[in-house]
Write a protein that binds this ligand. Structure first.
Ligand code: ADP
Ligand code: MG
Length: 204
């Protein structure tokens, strides 16, 4: 019998795997056509490596992060790997989390991505989905929204962030080699970040 925690990670993994070709096609436009392949491979490994009866959220996320770090090539492996490892911090030893802890986890995840990748908002990366989602989360918590509403609103702003990546030039990662020609294309990493949030929303 798998835990709810495993089921949530499974939901993320399955949605990433379902979108493998879509993410790879996006990366074909402005990169090297491997983002979906990278992410799907990583999450297949995660679903095999993660014990189904794990209840410690911190321990599980650390395992997810380490698996992504070791199994996923490209820029996204180390970036998502670090994000999950960092998110594990505020959840260490916890078998349940509330929105406040979840918000700390997202903050840490973003800090980890920025520490590794040195990008800020507006450079056409996964941060263009994640930072707006985080800002929405903070304001939802301030307004007293419940978890379901919060995730719904976070997905809306993350989706707007993905749309925004179409309008800007990439200045980090492989897509930056294209210069102005990267404009008009949606960022694969921002898209996989949105997919992750949508999987959590649908799971809730
Ligand atoms: P690679 O570019 O090495 O082939 P992937 O295709 O798996 O790796 O991932 C590409 C995605 O990684 C981009 O769409 C972008 O969102 C993200 N990315 C690349 N560089 C950075 C960075 N420095 N900071 C944050 N995200 C980045
Ligand atoms: Mg790529």
């Amino acid at each position: 019998m798998s835990t709810r925690l495993y089921q949530c990670i499974e939901a993320i993994g399955n949605k990433i795997i379902e979108n493998k070709d879509f993410l790879t096609d996006l990366d074909r436009e402005i990169g090297d056509a491997d983002h979906g392949v990278n992410m799907a491979r990583g999450f297949s490994e995660v679903l095999t490596a993660l014990p189904q009866d794990e209840t410690d959220i911190g321990a599980a996320l650390k395992k997810v992060g380490m698996t992504l770090l070791s199994k996923v090539g490209g820029a996204s492996g180390p970036l998502y790997g670090t994000a999950y490892m960092k998110a594990a911090g505020p959840a260490a030893g916890k078998t349940e989390i509330d929105l406040t802890v979840a918000c700390e986890m997202l903050k840490e995840a973003i800090a980890g991505i920025q520490m590794r990748g040195k990008a800020v908002k507006g450079e056409k990366t996964m941060l263009d989905a994640l930072i707006p989602a985080y800002e929405t989360m903070v304001s939802c918590i301030e307004s007293g929204d419940d978890a379901k509403t919060t995730l719904e609103k976070m997905c809306e702003t993350a989706s707007m962030g993905v749309e925004y990546t179409k309008t800007i030039q990439a200045t980090k990662g492989r897509a930056s080699y294209l210069g102005e020609r990267s404009i008009g294309h949606q960022d694969p990493g921002a898209t996989s970040s949105l997919i992750t949030l949508e999987a959590i929303r649908d799971f809730l």
